[in-house]
Design a protein around this ligand. Structure first.
Ligand code: PHE
Length: 467
């Protein structure tokens, strides 16, 4: 058997895992969800989802991954063949998320160039420019392919050489940029309204959907529920303290989301704009904000989109890696071939997703176009259900001693909260996710999509033993 790859260093793993977590989810999606869901009340619910459910699941994913030294599918399969399907749902989620993620990554790349080539000189046209740009049939596709090509280049180089090295440089750059833009944003006159929007809760807008949105966002943002952290954990050496690493990654991810909020909302309110702009939020508001700052704005806007592209890249490589690791571990493919074939399929999905925002917008399935289909199916269904199944797997199928042994490195490190974590994983989290999903289904527009997603999972469960 081939020698299994490992992370080159402790810091390398941390940065790569944090790099996976911190991405478009934090900088593109978190602000617009916060804006749509009424601000700080959503943030409070999100934080509870992150630190109670998300952190516990991340610990479980690292544990299951390192114990098996196998990527998502193998980690389940090696323990119980009946559970293989949960790993397969993860690989499927990886494909589907990579069916729209590189589209948005491509927008970020395009906006680096647009920022320096005159976008900011006509502030009134920024909104129209975005709509025209994303609904085009050529430009967004080219940028998406460039973004995907960057992924291929990094993942083809393997774990320590590619993903780890890129993350080591790109992640700290991102943090510095976010802090920098945040300071600029809060120092604008009239910024307090944005801080109030972010930090003083208004519960009147909270519905069942808010909870599902917050839960889905917690999973998406922390890269959970699809075997990504199982896969990254499987490359981790036996000396690492899993609970501590999970806590650091979760905190860093949350810090970046809040920093993105601080970078955007104070400035947004300072300029008298409204927060509920949807997915165009960062692409329309940020350049508009910076357009009002004169020539320095060009510089800040460019920096912001570099940060966004960087964050997207370190996340999408982890998504690609989940699929690639499956092809290497379970299908015996050499790494390069796995990378090329996986990304080829992803490119096709991305073309569908990108065109669904323009020329093919009339083609819908269960009421949504390809872009929203991939997005909603993964974020609101597969990740949440995948997380729930992982919790049930760890709590009810895995032996408690095995979990304890792995989490304490065979008794060498302490994990004082083990019993609390175990109770959360075994009882509280599966029930909480089921309740939140149910509340969300009752009030969600795309019930058909929900049912479709659950059917896919059921079919996979039935046929999993053949996989
Ligand atoms: N966490 C990433 C983000 O916030 C997206 C992601 C989801 C990456 C699932 C890997 C797995 O952008």
């Amino acid at each position: 058997m081939q020698q299994r790859e490992n992370w080159g260093s402790r810091l390398g793993f941390l940065l790569a895992a944090a790099g996976s977590a911190v991405g478009l989810g934090n900088i593109w999606r978190f602000p617009y969800l916060t804006g749509e869901n009424g601000g700080s009340a959503f943030i409070v619910i999100y934080l509870v989802c992150v630190f109670v459910i998300g952190l516990s699941i991340m610990i479980a994913e690292f544990t299951v991954g390192r114990r098996s030294s196998l990527a998502a599918v193998g980690a389940y399969k090696s323990y119980s063949r009946n559970w293989t399907f949960v790993g397969v749902i993860g690989v499927l989620s990886g494909f589907l998320i990579m069916g729209f993620y590189p589209v948005v990554g491509g927008w970020a790349l395009a906006y680096i160039i647009k920022s320096v080539s005159g976008l900011l000189t006509t502030p009134d046209a920024i909104g129209d420019t975005f709509v025209t740009f994303i609904s085009g049939s050529v430009q967004p596709l080219i940028w998406m392919l460039v973004f995907l090509a960057l992924n291929v280049a990094i993942v083809a180089k393997g774990i320590a050489g590619g993903i780890e090295k890129a993350s080591k440089i790109l992640m700290p750059t991102l943090l510095v940029l976010l802090i920098f833009i945040g300071i600029r944003s809060v120092s604008l006159p009239g910024a307090d309204a944005g801080l109030k929007f972010l930090f003083s809760p208004d519960w009147s807008q909270v519905t069942g959907q808010t909870f599902l949105a917050a839960l889905g966002q917690a999973f998406f943002s922390l890269s959970l529920g699809m075997g990504c952290m199982i896969t990254y954990g499987s490359y981790l050496n036996k000396e690492e303290n899993l609970a501590k690493n999970a806590t650091i990654v979760t905190s860093l991810d949350t810090l970046c989301a809040i920093l993105a909020g601080i970078a955007i909302f104070p400035a947004l309110f300072a300029f008298g704009m409204t927060p509920d702009q949807g997915p165009g939020l960062v692409f329309v508001i940020v350049p508009s904000i910076f357009a009002a700052m004169g020539s320095a704005g060009v510089f800040f806007s460019t920096l912001f989109f570099i940060a966004l592209a960087v964050a997207a890249l370190t996340s999408s490589v982890s998504l690609l890696e989940v699929v690639v690791a499956y092809l290497i571990d379970e299908r015996g493919m050499p790494r390069k071939r796995a990378v090329y074939s996986a990304s080829g399929v992803m490119a096709v999905l991305c073309i569908m997703a990108s065109l669904s925002l323009g020329v093919t917008s009339h083609i819908t399935f269960l009421g949504v176009g390809a872009f929203d289909f991939f997005d909603i199916l993964t974020d609101k269904i597969f990740l949440a259900v995948g997380g729930m199944l992982l919790a049930i797997f760890a709590g009810w199928v895995y032996k408690k001693e095995d979990l304890k042994d792995e989490l304490t490195n065979g008794g060498k490190v302490q994990f004082g909260l083990f019993e609390i974590w175990y109770a959360l994983i075994k009882y509280i989290i599966p029930i909480a996710i089921a309740v939140i999903a149910f509340m969300g289904i009752r009030s969600i527009a795309q019930t058909g999509l929900m049912i479709f997603g659950l059917l896919v999972i059921a079919v996979l469960a039935v046929f999993s033993k053949k996989l």
